[in-house]
Design a protein around this ligand. Structure first.
Ligand code: GDP
Ligand code: IMO
Ligand code: MG
Length: 437
């Protein structure tokens, strides 16, 4: 029953889309289990226009694979139908797409409330993607959510929308004249989405279980990253779901014993979009250089990503809360041309205390500064390297240092955005899962 969870081990955008697409070649199914269209997963195939996926699993480019949007995902049906249309227009077969009937829907009022919430916070704002993610998960917890299955019954849909909007009347008053908030129009619009999506709606938990039971390889594709987790991340500067591996169980409807492997994806440095603590952030020209070399601009919002050195305190924490069995280090190519590389191995608090472990206290974290060890850099272009032996010794040492400090093997290294720009190290469970090429 091989199953592998792909999770972001940092603040998102680690390259989960690329890795999932790569693994999907050998898998039978790919399941998204949390988040929504705040995610932007990029796949680069040859000279083709980049594929940018927000809701549809990154296995969709492989014909015949089951691609599931699980119950833990929040779905904006406008975005989903547009994404289906855009992929179809490029010749992608959508026959394998299945959408959980239990997934919650992002409604027009969620988008307005997300933006209004951010505006109210002013300088304290989280820097959300303003896709309505937080308000949708809030309604789910408040049991006021509208689910995919509700799209198939006009009466229930209308009743539920009315009930969900009632407690929001005050907050939505400034938008009273917004036509998207009209109960009748909204119901009609969402029924239309229901008709469009009906052929894809399914009991996805059972579909996944059947594949696992038949011993097929199933990939669970995380969105965001460990430090954006609502329970374990840098709260309140987090997303509203759990991007950690355990959420694959809840968000897909399987039990913890059904997970075999958890691969944490990390860049060879660090980035973050939006506000919140980032102890290794670079505010200087070196940061600009890495941003430009790494193309660090958001897939979803186009915002410039904040950039910094690799943070092993945060990564060790991510490894622990995810039970990582292997690491994938992406964007190693971006570090070429630097004489020396800094890697954060501990934090120092405002009062001088040292932290080897990720501090749980918000105030400590907000004032923590990074302490570094210095490692040797390399000047060679790595983009053509295809085996560990092709890498300069300093790059191999850099990877070995990360693996040793985390106690987790590096299974895969990425040296460029292209699908073929990878190095299988022969470590981790690549062989056992028969995914190594
Ligand atoms: P995700 O959200 O984790 O799927 O990551 P994104 O797609 O948002 O961001 C990762 C970006 O880095 C994308 O533009 C990828 O094409 C690109 N990328 C992935 N791996 C590598 C790599 O090894 N080197 C370089 N230079 N770019 C990469
Ligand atoms: P992928 O899957 C990077 C960040 C936002 C913001 C915070 C909360 O592509 O790695 P939200 O809209 O979720 O309420 O915003 O989370 N964020 C991401 N950052 N990658 C993502 O997804 C993200 N999804 C949300 O920038 O700081
Ligand atoms: Mg992304």
């Amino acid at each position: 029953m091989p199953s592998l969870v792909v999770v972001g081990a940092q603040w998102g955008d680690e390259g989960k889309g690329k890795v999932t697409d790569l693994l999907a070649e050998r898998a039978d199914a790919v399941i998204r289990f949390q988040g929504g269209n705040n995610a932007g997963h990029t796949i680069i195939r040859g000279d083709e226009e980049p594929w940018k996926l927000h809701l549809i699993p990154s296995g969709i480019l492989h014909p015949g694979k089951l691609c599931v949007i699980g119950n833990g995902v929040v779905i904006d049906p406008r975005v989903l139908t547009e994404e289906i249309d855009a992929l179809r227009a490029r010749g992608v077969d959508m026959g394998g797409l299945r959408v959980s009937a239990n997934a919650h829907l992002i409604m027009p009022y969620h988008l307005l409330l997300d933006s209004a919430g951010e505006q109210k916070l002013g300088e304290q704002q989280i820097g959300t993607t303003r896709r309505g993610i937080g308000p949708c998960y809030a309604d789910k917890a408040a049991r006021l959510g509208i689910r995919v299955q509700d799209l198939l019954d006009e009466k229930i849909l209308k009743q539920k929308i009315a009930a969900a909007m009632e407690p929001k009347r005050l907050a939505l008053r400034p938008h009273a004249k917004d036509p998207s908030l009209d109960l009748h129009a909204m119901t009609e619009q969402y029924l239309t989405y229901g008709h469009r999506l009906e052929q894809h709606i399914a009991d996805t938990s059972r579909l996944v279980w059947d594949l696992l039971d038949a011993g097929r390889l199933v990939i669970f594709e995380g969105a965001q990253g460990a430090l954006l987790d609502i329970d374990h991340g840098t709260y309140p500067f987090v997303t509203s779901s759990n991007p950690v591996s355990a959420a694959a169980c809840i968000g897909a409807g399987i039990g913890p014993k059904d997970i075999d492997e958890v691969w944490g994806i990390t860049k060879a440095y660090a980035t973050r979009v939006g506000s919140g603590p980032f102890p290794t952030e670079l505010h200087d020209s070196l940061g600009d250089r890495l941003r430009s070399a790494g193309g660090e601009y958001g897939t979803t919002t186009g915002r410039a990503r904040r950039v910094g050195w690799l943070d092993l305190v945060a990564l060790r924490y991510a490894s622990r809360i995810n039970s990582l069995t292997a690491l994938v280090v992406t964007k190693l190519d971006v570090l070429s041309g630097l004489d020396r590389l800094l890697v954060c191995t501990r934090y120092r608090g405002a009062e001088g205390a040292e932290f080897d472990h990720f501090p749980y206290h918000q105030s400590v974290l907000h004032h923590a500064s990074a302490e570094y060890v210095e490692l040797e850099g390399w000047s060679e272009d790595l983009s053509e390297c295809r085996s560990a032996a092709d890498l300069p010794a300093a790059a191999r040492d850099y990877l070995a240092y990360i693996a040793e400090m985390l106690g987790v093997p590096v299974a895969l290294v990425s040296v460029g955005p292209g699908q073929d720009q990878v190095i299988w190290t022969g470590q981790g469970a690549a062989e056992r899962l028969a995914v190594a090429t």
